[in-house]
Structure formats: C-alpha cells, structure tokens
Design a protein around this ligand. Structure first.
Ligand SMILES: [Zn+2]
Ligand SMILES: [Zn+2]
Length: 245
C-alpha cells in the first residue's frame, strides 16, 4: 500500500519549506526564494589569491590586492560564498543562534564549488568555540558547516586539533592591531596536533571572515603543527569599500 503519497502532503502542509531570509514559501527546504537569491552578492573570481578580496581585473598568475602586496596573510586564501551584508548576516546569525540548524547544509552546498581547489588529502578544521560558549549554545556553527562539507566532499574533518583557550569579545569596531592582540593566544594546539596534521593541507572553516585576524591566528598554529597549506572556507566575507581596489 503506497502510504507515501498520502502522507507527503500532510507533512508539506505542516512544514512548508520557507526562504531562510524572508520566510516566503519555497519549493525546496533550505533554498532561497528568487528575490533573496538575486539580492545576495555571490562572490566570484577575479579575487586576491591571498585573501579573497574581489579585484576589478584578472591578472595572469597570482593576483594580490594592495593590502596583501604589503603583508601576506598567514593563511593561503579565502573561499567565501557571499559578501557580508544585511542578508548574508541574517543567515550567519540564524545558524549561530540555532534557529535554523539546517542552514549549515545550505552553506556547505554553496561552498561545494570550492572543493576543487583543495588537495585530496585536505583535512577540514572548524574554528573552535570556547567551551563556555559551546556549553551555553550547545553547538559550534563552524563544526556544523564542516560536517556537511565533509559529508559532501569525502574529506576528513578533525575538530580536535585546535582549542579556544580564551573567550574573545566581538572584534567589530576594533583596529587591526587590537584584533590581533585580542585573538593571539586565544587558541592553542592539542598535544597530538602535529601527529594529525604534519604535511597535510587544511581547510579552515568559519562562518564569517572579517579582517582575517581569527583565521591568521588559527593558521599560524596549524602551520606550526606542520600543515603545508591553510585555505579558509566561510559563508560570508566582509568587504569594505576602501579595501576593494
Ligand atoms: Zn526570500
Ligand atoms: Zn588580498
């Protein structure tokens, strides 16, 4: 007896899939409606090979933005799905504060196209949360994204190589120097990190890339443990107009 066709409309009626941004009914769960999809600023090449900042012109070989020409980041590149703005921030907030955990799947799907940039033996390492935050929130949004990426790509995830030793205040509004000071020493390596990472490329997963201070602090440690490359994957990247050269 085919129960499914009878059952299906009831489920759909109870929980119609909705656009995770504006809430209008959509045909598939965790998909944006056409209007929000058109509003989101999906990032694409050309971008700075070191930090992912969109560039106006594509150059043959390595293209660097003005900032990275002066100082290269510690990590080896950023792959962000979208520009950070009010709409993409809403997705990051809803994932972070747990109202829409399925959003990790949506974010991972948007990052899937960058898997081709990762060597086959890359290890996914989510940016860790401090245990007090983990306790109050119950999950780490970067682990959720990393888990979905691992499932879609077949890459291994290791959430035990890095630990957050300090609770850091929000970095927004701080100068570059203040940010570095705040996040330096906020992370540490687990004792066996070297054994797990030596000679391997790492995909560092975070929800939002702001100034790169957090990614650089993590990348510095991952490289100390022997990682030969650290590529940052994130949902949204902050792009300030003054930097966008
Ligand atoms: Zn919408
Ligand atoms: Zn750059």
């Amino acid at each position: 007896m085919p129960l499914r066709p009878l059952f299906r409309p009831l489920v759909d009626f109870a929980l119609p899939p909705r656009c995770p941004i504006c809430g209008v009914t959509v045909s598939t769960d965790n998909h944006f409606c056409l209007s929000c999809w058109q509003e989101l600023d999906f990032l694409a090449k050309p971008w700075c090979s070191a930090c992912g900042m969109p560039l106006v012109f594509d150059h043959p070989g390595e293209s660097l933005c003005v900032k990275c020409l002066a100082t290269r980041p510690v990590h080896d590149g950023v792959r962000a799905a979208v520009r950070y703005d009010d709409l993409s921030a809403l997705i990051a907030m809803r994932l972070k504060y747990g109202t829409r955990l399925g959003l990790a799947r949506l974010i991972a799907e948007h990052l899937q196209k960058y898997i081709a940039d990762c060597p086959d033996d890359a290890v996914i390492v989510p940016v860790p949360l401090h245990r007090s935050r983990l306790w109050s929130r119950g999950f780490n949004q970067s682990v959720l994204i990393g888990r979905e990426l691992a499932r879609n790509s077949g890459m291994q995830m290791d959430q035990d190589v890095l630990v957050r030793t300090k609770v850091t205040p929000p970095l927004r509004g701080m100068s570059g120097k203040q940010r570095r000071k705040t996040v330096n020493n906020a992370f540490a390596l687990r004792p066996d990190a070297q054994k797990r990472l030596a000679g391997r490329p790492v995909v560092l997963v975070d929800d939002v890339y702001t100034s790169g201070s957090t990614s650089n602090a993590c990348a510095r440690l991952l490289k100390k443990a022997g990682a030969n490359q650290v590529l940052v994957f994130c949902w949204a990247r902050v792009i300030s107009d003054s930097e966008n050269l």
